[in-house]
Design a protein around this ligand. Sequence first.
Ligand SMILES: Nc1ncnc2c1ncn2[C@@H]1O[C@H](COP(=O)(O)OP(=O)(O)OP(=O)(O)O)[C@@H](O)[C@H]1O
Length: 192
Amino acid sequence: MTEESAVKVCVRVRPLIKREEADNAEPVQLYWKADKQAIHQIDDDGNMTKSFSFDRVFSAEESTNQLYNDIAKPLVVSTVEGYNGTIFAYGQTSSGKTFTMMGSEHTPGVIPLAMADVFHTIKNCPKKEFLLRVSYMEIYNETVTDLLCDSWKRKPLEIREGNYKNVYVADLTEELVTSPEQAAGLDPQRRK
Ligand SMILES: Nc1ncnc2c1ncn2[C@@H]1O[C@H](COP(=O)(O)OP(=O)(O)OP(=O)(O)O)[C@@H](O)[C@H]1O
C-alpha cells in the first residue's frame, strides 16, 4: 500500500501579463512544457532534456476555483475535523502569489474561498462548538510584522517555542470572527 505524503507541492503556471506581452512583441520560444504532474525542460530541437515532477501542475487555463477544489478544500475540511493544516504560496515577485491566495472581488483566492468553506462546514455541524481566530502577519527580510496592528504601533515580532514544542509568534493580534464577511473585512489589502 502506498502512503500519501503529508506535504504536497504544486505548481501554478500563469499566462503572460500585459507588461510581458509588450516586452515580447516577437513570438516567445518556450523552453519548457507542462503536463498535469511535471514540467519538462525542452532544448532547441524540441527534445525533453529534464523533467521536474510535482503532485500537480496547474496550467494557465485552470482557474483558482479548480486549484482550490483540488488541493486546498480537502485540507480545509480536515482542519474543521481538528487536524492542523498549512497552505502557502512561494514564488518570485509577480509570479501570482497574491492573485492565487487573495484573488480579487470577481475571482476570489484561496483565502476567501477557504473562509467561506470553514463557515459553511461549521454551519453543518450544529452539535460542535467552534472558535475562529484570524491573524495576518508578514515575513519580509526575516522580520515578522503584525498586519492587524495599526502601522504606527508595529514592531518586529519574535518567534518563540512554547512548552509543548509548539512554535508561535509572540504578541501577534488574533481577532475573533463569527462570519465570513467579518473575516474578509480583516484582509490587510482591504484595510489599506
Ligand atoms: N493565474 C493568473 N491568471 C491571470 N493573471 C495572473 C495570474 N496570476 C497572476 N496574474 C497577474 O500577474 C500579476 C502579478 O501577480 P501577483 O501580484 O499575484 O504576484 P505576486 O507573486 O504576489 O508578486 P509580489 O511578490 O511582487 O507581490 C498581477 O497583475 C496578476 O493579476
